[in-house]
Write a protein that binds this ligand. Sequence first.
Ligand SMILES: Cc1cc2nc3c(=O)[nH]c(=O)nc-3n(C[C@H](O)[C@H](O)[C@H](O)COP(=O)(O)OP(=O)(O)OC[C@H]3O[C@@H](n4cnc5c(N)ncnc54)[C@H](O)[C@@H]3O)c2cc1C
Length: 483
Amino acid sequence: MPARTGAEYLERLARTRTHVEIQGETLAGGMASHPAFRNVVRSYAELFDMQHDPAHRGVLTYPSPLTGDPVATSFLIPRTAADLAKRRQAFKLWADRSLGMLGRTGDYLNSALMALASAADWFGQTDAAFSRNIVGYYQKVREEDLLCTHTLIPPQANRALAGSQQAGGALMAHVVREDDNGIVVRGARMLATIGPFADELLVFPSTVLRGTPEDKPYSFAFAVPSDARGLRYIAREPLDYGRSHFDHPLGSRFDESDAVVVFDDVHVPYERCFTLGDPELCNGFYTQTHAIEHMTHQVVARTTAKTEFILGLVSLLVEAIGIGQFQHVQADMAEIITTLETLRAFGRAAEADASLNSYGVFTPAWAPLNAARNLYPKLYQRFPEILRKLGASGLMATPTEADVTGPAAADIDIYLQAATLSGAERVRLFRLVWDTCISAFASRQALYEYYFFGDPVRMAGAYVASFGTSPYADRVRDFLNRP
Ligand SMILES: Cc1cc2nc3c(=O)[nH]c(=O)nc-3n(C[C@H](O)[C@H](O)[C@H](O)COP(=O)(O)OP(=O)(O)OC[C@H]3O[C@@H](n4cnc5c(N)ncnc54)[C@H](O)[C@@H]3O)c2cc1C
């Protein structure tokens, strides 16, 4: 089956009976029409449609090795620099469409599945079936163009304990029994963004597991359909309040729901399991398969798109109210430009230093990507801060669309005019700035950028430990010992 259209994504979603708890309501499907999800689902459908747009399909698709039909470029196993560049172009094209605000577009986890399936031999270390399973699953997701999400971390009950020790081991999702054709999973995982409207849930390892027999039931990687029996999502309060695009330009389009995942004795057939009962393999899941490089390659393309949006937004704001001549404003803009150029440089360096890995996959260099993933969570936090500082009281002079077209229209036109914009145009712009730096949607974006790839504090610890600082220490030691 070729890459899906938006209509095909929506048709499948209409048949999917995902169990979602939201605001006291129990849903069994119907996400495409539910007020909490319908607008973001439409944004996702537009991405699928782009795959069929003559202007984009050359970048967004390639011929399936199985059928020759066009399938999404994010599944392409890169063998050359040109393949890697094509993947990046496809990531960027999709990211630009949402201004980088959609963090869980399918290309993120398609990239992971591509790398995992390419490392099939690694999965076969304990059982050849796992290697067949990961390849079969990757092909299924590619050919059916399924939208996947993932869930990694244990519930946040008590971080002083290992996840597997919380509440006597009952909280964190674990295997309670095996039967002739699969495993039964009980417990919870903390979060799955877009879970309610994804086709598939990847239940992958994340936190470091101890190599002890007690951690074996918590050691697995598998995939289930979002509407698997016994699987429930508990969604957070929506940040799309059903307002117009004028009033909530981002929240009304891009509110990716986040949801707690509960496994109430979910049966997972063996053919959907990729590793079982092996904490050591789980701990090496992303690094030894090189999935992490390909996921981060997508992330850098998306965060580049997002930073370009922020720069464009700040430029319009500065121009609108005539503050471009002030030096501190220029310093703030320079900071955004520096972040943008830093991301671009990391992306280029990762591709320039790419090499074939042991599975024959042309893989972007990890060092620049690792630097990017350690930097951006912190750098992004400055953007809303800069927007608030430069927008100042203008961010509160933000009447709604009903005011702009209602009895206050004349006042708004006169008193809310900007140096370069009419009153109505200025309100439209400032509402976008507000939705980027002040609204609940904006706060969730800042939290997302800070945490979605892991805790920056612990990432920093792993970064330092893996970097190898001794040559530099030796050089200084030599200097100190110079006569
Ligand atoms: C908007 C959003 C969307 C997300 N989407 C997903 C998703 O789709 N799928 C998914 O699996 N996950 C998702 N996550 C979760 C994300 O992976 C985690 O937020 C991240 O790994 C940090 O873990 P935590 O939130 O449990 O923080 P915690 O581990 O609970 O940390 C809380 C605080 O305690 C500190 N702390 C805790 N333990 C330690 C320690 N050992 N050493 C030092 N400091 C410590 C942390 O630094 C932090 O300040 C999402 C998170 C957010 C915010």
